[in-house]
Design a protein around this ligand. Structure first.
Ligand code: UT7
Length: 339
């Protein structure tokens, strides 16, 4: 039994923030952000929109693309959950009218989509579910310090979703082997110190001791992360191609996590993959963590650039550290523009 992609959807919040908008309040420029990251603008939640609502919209579109009104499980990958408890997935399932199906969240930052795909495929492979709605949804800009020029320009909000069904390994859309990995020794390179159990117990609990304001926000060491991202994504791509008995020459597209255009270009160079086969939408959305790869796939499919029968390598890297890759032949499924 193999998990097969049978629907795709995406959703972006309407509020658009350009680099020039940011440079009005931050010590930065459009030129710096564009040349160092490839980002021109990002979407940001506003007006009460949050992770759950983004997930519901992307999920609705993925179900429509799959032509189905029902699934056996809903999995949401997010690093910006609505609340510490409970998971948002049950609420998303409820709001989509999917009934009392299995529903849970999964956290793996920017590699959340790859870890989630493997998990959802596992639910199908084990016979637990025939159909799974899997959504990567993030309102991560709410966790980034708006006064920190090192992180505020990089992230954006959004959600991307796929529906997986049980199928055969040689069908278009069948997920290939996975390569997943982590390195917890480097966990502090990208972390939000406060808000979890460690910070609470160190404080003696709510109301005991003040948490420095900066600790509620993301801290990132960009340079070492950059090096790790290039190394890990390259190694992971090579590992999964080997497992799938494929070579770089067989690939039509690299759909890599959109953290930095220069990272994607460096990975392509390491792999000797021509740059025109690197899918890119970071210019319009920024880094949307676990929503990044499905938003990219949806975007390319909706514009007819990612076509049925093309072979695509999905690869992601992020906090944890964590990374993952898989391959698939793109299926002939409808995709709506996300706007
Ligand atoms: O999502 C997965 C995990 N995340 C990543 O993979 C991120 C990986 N890292 C990166 O993408 C890059 O390291 C960044 C885009 C975050 C930063 O680019 P960089 O080329 O590594 O810049 P830097 O942090 O080394 O900073 C270079 C200079 C510094 O000034 P000095 O010390 O040379 O005078 C920074 O203070 O650029 C300065 N700088 C800025 N200047 C204008 C940093 N941020 C900004 C800014 N605007 N927004």
């Amino acid at each position: 039994m193999t998990a097969v992609v049978t629907g795709i959807g995406g959703f972006l919040p309407p509020r658009r923030v350009t680099n020039d908008d940011l440079s009005r309040t931050l010590d930065t420029t459009d030129e710096w952000i564009r040349t160092r990251t490839g980002i021109r603008e990002r979407r940001v939640v506003s007006g009460g929109l949050s992770t759950g609502a983004l997930a519901v919209e992307a999920g609705r579109r993925a179900l429509r693309s799959a032509g189905t009104g029902g699934v056996d499980a809903v999995v949401v990958a997010t690093t910006s959950p609505e609340r510490l408890c409970p998971a948002v997935a049950p609420e998303v399932a409820f709001r989509l009218g999917l009934g009392t199906v299995a529903a849970f969240d999964l956290t793996s930052a920017c590699s959340g989509f790859l870890y989630g795909l493997a998990t959802a495929a596992g639910l199908i492979g084990s016979g637990t579910a025939d159909r799974v709605l899997f959504i990567g949804a993030e309102a991560f800009t709410t966790l980034v310090n708006p006064e920190d020029r090192a992180t505020a320009p990089i992230f954006g909000d959004g959600a991307g979703a796929v529906v997986l069904r049980r199928g055969e390994p040689d069908e278009p859309g069948a997920l290939g082997p996975f390569d997943l990995g982590s390195d917890g020794a480097l966990a502090d390179l990208l972390a939000i110190p406060a808000g979890g159990a460690r910070q609470r117990s160190a404080d003696g609990g709510p109301g005991h001791g003040a948490v420095p304001a900066a600790d509620w926000y993301l801290r990132m060491e960009g340079r070492p992360l950059y090096t790790q991202a290039v190394e890990r994504m390259t190694q992971s791509a090579r590992a999964v191609l080997k497992r799938a008995d494929r070579s770089v020459a067989d690939l039509d597209w690299l759909a890599g996590h959109q953290a930095n255009l220069r990272i994607l270009q460096a990975v392509a160079e390491e792999l000797e993959l021509p740059e025109e086969r690197v899918a890119v939408n970071i210019d319009r959305v920024g880094n949307t963590l676990s929503a990044s790869v499905p938003l990219l796939l949806n975007d390319y499919a909706a514009r007819g650039e990612l076509r049925a029968g093309q072979r695509v390598l999905l690869s992601a890297f992020g906090a944890g550290l964590s990374w993952g890759s898989t391959v698939l032949v793109w299926p002939g499924i409808p995709a709506e523009p996300v706007g």
